[in-house]
Design a protein around this ligand. Structure first.
Ligand SMILES: Cc1ncc(COP(=O)(O)O)c(C=O)c1O
Length: 366
């Protein structure tokens, strides 16, 4: 996809905010290795830049979802440990070895088939245990024991880790979290030996639970966003790193009774100043955002009419020069639009909002 550098719309990422969030997490979780989740292009912030900034402040490694995401990091000079969290096809194993990417194993069939492919350079494996997420991983202690034994005896396999993933760590009610934790604990107790990394924590588990691992898979809170939305307070301040800004490309005085946008869903009720902003649903700024607001010169301005593919219109309180900054997410003077507010308006979670911003929007770092 062509990145639209010659348009004033951009995502601005504050790498110092990311580093500060990580420094707080490193202090909070002393003695544990932190692997930061930079999958989905660093949750929309830019995987390479975020990884480099995170490694500078002392995290150990990086988590991605696919082998291609890992290869992008390697091709950009990153040689830190990488763990791919998603199951890979057997045919992709040579790439995992070439690029030194640890991968999960979730079934015995996969393990046996993988073994057939291997020659000398060992494949690094993390045993995935499904304690109640219902996504990937072994369900029983017998299977986990068999997998562990098999890996230990296979000359071209290295047992690097064992992990599980919690489904309710971001909720106040912790009964189900306790149940998953107990299941994982029992599995660990049945193993004669543990690998180098035992990991169960995402951001929410790290912030709100005592976990039994020695490594953390830290994602959303690094980007300064509260994993629970607004339900729980983080134990240290989280600084959001992402702003979304643009500029007015046209401002016009529209007489009373005129339609704005496709379908004429908005009609001016008097003479109104209407501004056009070059961002739309093709950028991941969704049609449902109609009726929400942006900031111009420190004032909230309503998005009027339907959001188009590449543009949207806003109602301005007064005439404003073209080229004036428009803040869609972030601060302007004493006002702010947060990702949480956008997520609430869209009836979703901020994770989905940040991951939806398309590659067309350039990412700028400061
Ligand atoms: C297996 C796994 N671990 C860790 C994370 C990071 O989670 P969070 O961004 O909530 O910290 C994710 C993200 O979805 C994940 O799928």
């Amino acid at each position: 996809m062509a990145i639209s550098y010659h348009r004033p719309t951009k995502i601005v990422v504050d790498l110092q905010a990311i580093q500060q969030n990580l420094k707080n997490e490193l202090a909070h979780n002393q003695g544990k290795d932190i692997f930061v989740a930079v999958k989905a292009n660093g949750y929309g912030h830019g995987a390479v830049a975020v990884s480099k900034a995170a490694l500078e402040v002392g995290v150990t490694g990086l988590c991605v979802a696919t082998i291609d995401e890992a290869i992008e990091l390697r091709e950009n000079g990153i040689d830190a440990p990488i763990l791919c969290l998603g199951i890979i096809d057997i045919s992709v194993i040579p790439l995992a070895i070439t690029y030194d990417i640890a991968v999960p194993v979730a079934t015995l069939d996969w393990l046996h088939a993988a073994n057939e492919m291997l020659t000398t350079t060992p494949l690094k494996l993390h045993i995935a245990v499904d304690t109640g997420m219902g996504r990937i991983g072994f369900l029983t202690v017998e299977e986990v024991k068999e997998a562990a034994l098999f890996i230990e005896q296979a000359p071209a396999m290295t047992w690097e880790g064992i992990f599980t993933h919690f489904s309710t760590a971001d909720q106040e009610e912790d009964m189900y979290w306790q149940k998953q934790n107990q299941r994982f604990k029992e599995i660990l107790e049945h193993l004669p030996r543990l690998p180098h990394y035992v990991h169960v924590s995402n951001s929410a588990t790290s912030l709100w639970h005592d976990d039994l691992g020695n490594m953390v898979r830290f994602g959303i809170a690094m980007y300064g966003l509260n994993p629970s939305g607004t339900a729980m307070t983080a134990s240290y301040p989280l600084q959001p790193a992402l702003s979304l800004v643009s500029q007015l490309v046209q401002v016009k005085k529209v007489p009373k009774g005129e339609g704005i946008g496709y379908g004429k869903t908005y009609e001016t009720s008097e003479m109104e100043w209407i501004g056009t902003v070059p961002i739309g649903y093709a950028d991941g700024y969704l049609r449902k955002m109609q009726g929400f607001h942006v900031l111009v010169e420190g004032e909230f301005c309503e998005i009027v009419g339907r959001v188009c593919m590449d543009q949207l219109m806003i109602r301005l309180p007064k005439p404003v020069a073209t080229g004036t900054r428009v803040t869609l997410i972030g601060k302007d003077k004493d006002k702010e639009i947060t990702l949480q507010e956008v997520a609430d308006y869209l009836d979703t979670i901020h994770y989905e909002v940040i991951c939806s911003f398309s590659e067309r929007i350039p990412r700028e770092y400061n």
